[in-house]
Ligand binder design. Structure first.
Ligand code: PMP
Length: 326
C-alpha cells in the first residue's frame, strides 16, 4: 500500500513474493527513513490460525512512524494487511508447538530526491516466512555480552522506535558478542554506562528469590516490547510484583552474588523467553548462574505465554486474534 501527501494511503494489493521497483535516489536508501514490526501467526491444535495482539504492533508502528517523520497508518489497515497476507499464505503456517509464520510489516520512505528532509511518499509492505523453534533440543540458558564500547541509541535518539538505524548500530556489537560466545549484546544507557536498557533484540527481566520481577522502565531509549508487556500482565495476574524502574548492572551483579536475584531472562517475539545463564564483558564473567537449568518462574511464564499463543491455555485477556477458522 502506497502513501503520498495528496491521496493518503491508497492502492493496497496482495502480490506474489518478488523484487520491488526502487529508484536509486529513493530517500530510504540514503537517510534510513524506515521502520518495521515483527509478529507471528500460529496454528492451533484444531487447525485455526491466529495472531497475537496485532493492534499492539500497529500502535507501536505508529509511534515509530511519528519519530521517523513517516505517515501514520490506520490500525485497521495494518490489521487488514496482516489478515489478508496470512489468509493467502495459510498453507505456510506450520503446525506444532514452537513453529509459526513470522510476519514482517515495514514502512519505507520512497520519494526520489537528494537532500535531507522527510519524504512525501511512503510504502507499507508485509512479508512472511515460516519460523521453526528458536531452540532446538530444549530451552537452554544463554550467555550475553555487556557492551562497554557501543551504545544502541542515545537520549533523545530513536531508541524507542523500531527503525532500521537502531539495528544498524547494533550489528557490530552483536558480532563482537558472538565472538565471545554470547547470544546477544546487552546495552546500557550511553550516559551512565551502568543503567541497563535492553538486549540487541529483546527486553530483560531479573527475578528475585521472593518472586519479584524487575525490568528496566520505558525510558525513551528502549523498545516497548509486546512480549515484555504481556509478561508483566501475566506475572501481575499471578499476584507477583513487577517493578518497572531503573536497573543497573551493579544491582544485578550484587543480587546474583548474594543469592537475592535467582533468575534472569530475555524476552521478545522471536524466542519468547530465553533464560540467561551468564553476563560477560571485557572484565570477564560478571554474573554466573552456574549450570542450573532454566529458572522455574522463567519457564512457567514461558509455558503460559506460549500456551496462550498456541491455543492450549485459555486466552483470558483477549490477546489472540483468529484469522482463519479450520
Ligand atoms: N527490544 C528490541 C531492540 C527488539 O528488537 C525487540 C524485538 N522486536 C524487543 C525488544 C522485543 O519486542 P517484542 O516483544 O515486541 O518482540
Amino acid at each position: 500500500i502506497v502513501w503520498d501527501r495528496e491521496q493518503g494511503w491508497h492502492d493496497a494489493e496482495v502480490l506474489p513474493y518478488g523484487p520491488i521497483p526502487m529508484d536509486p535516489a529513493s530517500s530510504v536508501l540514503h537517510y534510513g527513513q524506515e521502520i518495521f514490526e515483527g509478529l507471528k501467526a500460529y496454528r492451533h491444535p484444531n487447525g485455526d490460525i491466529v495472531t497475537f495482539r496485532p493492534e499492539a504492533n500497529a500502535q507501536r508502528l505508529n509511534e515509530s512512524a511519528a519519530r521517523l517523520a513517516l505517515p501514520e497508518l490506520p490500525v485497521e489497515l495494518f490489521v487488514q494487511a496482516i489478515r489478508e497476507l496470512v489468509t493467502v499464505d495459510a498453507d505456510w503456517v506450520p503446525s506444532g508447538h514452537d513453529q509459526s509464520l513470522y510476519l514482517r510489516p515495514f514502512m519505507i520512505a520512497d520519494e526520489s530526491f537528494l537532500g535531507v528532509r522527510a519524504a512525501e511518499r511512503a510504502r507499507f509492505m508485509v512479508i512472511a516466512s515460516p519460523a521453526g523453534p528458536y531452540f532446538t533440543g530444549g530451552v537452554k540458558p544463554v550467555s550475553i555480552w555487556l557492551s562497554g564500547e557501543h551504545a544502541r541509541a542515545g537520549r533523545g535518539g530513536t531508541g524507542a522506535a523500531k527503525c532500521g538505524g537502531n539495528y544498524a548500530s547494533s550489528l557490530l556489537p552483536t558480532r563482537i558478542a558472538a565472538q565471545h560466545g554470547c547470544a546477544q549484546v546487552l546495552f546500557t544507557d550511553s550516559a551512565t554506562e551502568d543503567t541497563i536498557d535492553e538486549l540487541g533484540g529483546m527486553n530483560l527481566f531479573l527475578v528475585h528469590r521472593d518472586g519479584r520481577l524487575v525490568t528496566p522502565e520505558l525510558n525513551g531509549n528502549i523498545l516497548d516490547g509486546i512480549t515484555r508487556k504481556s509478561l508483566i500482565r501475566l506475572a501481575q495476574d499471578r499476584g507477583l510484583t513487577v517493578e518497572e524502574r531503573k536497573v543497573t548492572v551493579g544491582e544485578w551483579r550484587a543480587g546474583a552474588a548474594d543469592g537475592s536475584i535467582t533468575e534472569a531472562f530475555a524476552c521478545g517475539t522471536a524466542a519468547v523467553i530465553t533464560p540467561i545463564g551468564q553476563l560477560k564483558s571485557e572484565q570477564g564473567v560478571l554474573v554466573d548462574f552456574g549450570d542450573r537449568a532454566p529458572g522455574e518462574l522463567t519457564m512457567s511464564l514461558r509455558d503460559e505465554l506460549t500456551g496462550i499463543q498456541f491455543g492450549t491455555v485459555a486466552d483470558r485477556f483477549g490477546w489472540v486474534e483468529r484469522i482463519v477458522t479450520a
